[in-house]
Design a protein around this ligand. Structure first.
Ligand code: MN3
Length: 196
């Protein structure tokens, strides 16, 4: 069985200041993300036991737990890599720029939709720029919690965590200001790599 582990941040905890503060990053990575890793390991272990016993009611329960913690773990891995110090700006990759322009009209229109979608998520969740693996086109989707409202043929290429733990220390109830700040740390090279 896979034993999932918490990957270290690809930069220092204070590297995204002033946009994302150090205390939020420490709590978010060391406490919240770790809890999803531990939850996924526990769910997969319990799932194996329930399968062994043929207890399908328990299998259903642990499958849901694995979906919650697994989606939480994998989206956070993308989220950390989606950011970097001195990020933001616009993508340098021509293929990604073409895909954005053909779907949204322009980079600016895509980002306006991304910010509006992130601000409007009901409760905890994510705003995601995704690539549809059947049509190869881009879209902007939101996820409630981590796993709900998913489209399974899409791949997240840009993920912004809009759970309150991602921004409340610095931005309190002003989620729009946080989503706006996030755009200043986006690692567009990482987004392009995932797109390709
Ligand atoms: Mn989070």
């Amino acid at each position: 069985m896979t034993n999932h582990t918490l990957p270290p941040l690809p930069y220092e905890y204070n590297a995204l200041e002033p946009f994302i503060d150090e205390q939020t990053m420490r709590l978010h990575h060391d406490k919240h993300h770790l809890a999803y890793v531990n939850g996924l390991n526990n769910a997969e272990s319990k799932l194996a036991e329930a399968r062994e016993k043929g207890d399908f009611a328990l299998v259903k329960h642990w499958e849901r737990e694995a979906a919650f913690h697994g989606a939480g773990h994998f989206l956070h891995v993308i989220f950390w890599e989606n950011m970097k110090p001195n990020g933001g700006g616009t993508p340098k990759n021509g293929d990604l720029n073409d895909a954005i322009a053909s779907r949204f009209g322009s980079f600016e229109k895509m980002m306006a939709q991304f910010k509006a979608a992130g601000t409007a998520v009901e409760g905890s969740g994510w705003v995601l720029l995704v690539k549809n693996q059947m049509t190869k086109t881009l879209d902007i989707l939101t996820a409630e919690k981590h796993q709900d409202l998913s489209q399974w043929v899409t791949t997240p290429i840009l993920a912004c965590d809009v759970w309150e733990h991602a921004y409340y220390l610095k931005y309190q109830n002003n989620r729009a200001a946080y989503v706006d700040a996030f755009t200043n740390v986006i690692n567009w090279d990482d987004v392009a790599k995932r797109f390709l």
